[in-house]
Design a protein around this ligand. Structure first.
Ligand SMILES: [Fe+2]
Ligand SMILES: [Fe+2]
Length: 274
């Protein structure tokens, strides 16, 4: 097939002036102008997912953002966002840690896993600690234990997966017998009057009776609530544990056709319109 030149956007076409309403609403943050060296000279709009917009002023402007795409110099973001590092074709867990997870979450996971190892815990617990908040790190914070468990289900031991899911409920409830108290940080985060909803209470009750309770409880015990920015933990410190406990698909995470591949692809291209 010969390369078409006529459909290619021209670098001579300057992007149109954005409506003042969009600028006033700060929506230019969601609009990426082409980089200086970009061949494709069109600006690209990032439409935040509904889960991020609902209940915020952004939701009132969704129509305005959508309307921008009618201009020939503007398209919706699809594929690589130049503001993000490019992922390899067959990304491994390490690539998500280094190229997609934010520094705070990455540090949190690595520090938690290191503490678990220093406390002499087994590889299942270390793996669970390393992975317990990956949903927060790369996908979604709400219900992060459940999202996180699903993301890793095809690749880890069932016990690790269960522990990740249940840590979401367990972290709200002390277990003095093993020295776990309600996190001080949660008083700051949610206020002293916060009470977890009933479904979380029920999850906690059920998890306590489960044979894998202590695996999940260990996540909450080794969870680092106060992040130390000076402690640097290299992912390579866990390369061996990951190698033995995380079945990295040959095709790369996101491309193995598993029931959760779409979640990993969403982290590779988090700004895709569809
Ligand atoms: Fe968590
Ligand atoms: Fe955590």
């Amino acid at each position: 097939m010969s390369e078409s030149t006529e459909a290619r956007p021209s670098s001579r076409v300057l992007p149109h002036e954005l409506p003042a309403s969009l600028r006033a609403a700060g929506l230019d943050n969601w609009i990426r102008e082409p980089l200086d060296d970009a061949v494709d000279r069109r600006r690209r709009i990032i439409v935040p997912p509904a889960a991020a917009m609902a209940g915020t002023p952004l939701s009132a402007y969704k129509g305005d953002l959508l309307a921008e795409a009618r201009h020939p110099d503007t398209v919706f973001m699809m594929g690589d966002n130049p503001a993000l590092p490019t992922m390899p074709e067959r990304p491994a867990l390490k690539d998500f840690f280094l190229l997609r997870f934010g520094p705070i979450a990455r540090r949190h996971l690595l520090q938690s896993a290191r503490v678990a190892r220093e406390n002499g815990l087994g590889e299942k617990v270390i793996t669970a600690c390393l992975l317990h908040d990956i949903a927060i790190a790369g996908l979604l914070s709400a219900n992060h234990g459940y999202w996180g468990a699903q993301m890793v289900a095809p690749y880890v031991d069932e016990e690790v997966c269960w522990a990740i899911e249940k840590h979401e409920a367990l972290r709200y409830f002390p277990d003095e017998s093993v020295g776990y108290t309600y996190p001080e940080a949660y008083i700051d985060y949610f206020g002293p009057d916060y009470r977890p909803p009933d479904y979380i209470r029920r999850e906690h009750e059920a998890a306590r009776r489960h044979r894998w309770y202590m695996t999940s409880r260990q996540i909450t015990i080794n969870d680092i609530y106060s992040f130390d920015p000076d402690v640097v933990v290299d992912f390579d410190e866990f390369e061996d544990v990951v190698g033995r406990n995380f079945r990295q698909p040959e095709e790369g995470l996101g491309f193995d056709g598993s029931p959760v591949a779409h979640m990993w692809r969403t982290m590779i291209w988090p700004n895709n319109f569809l």
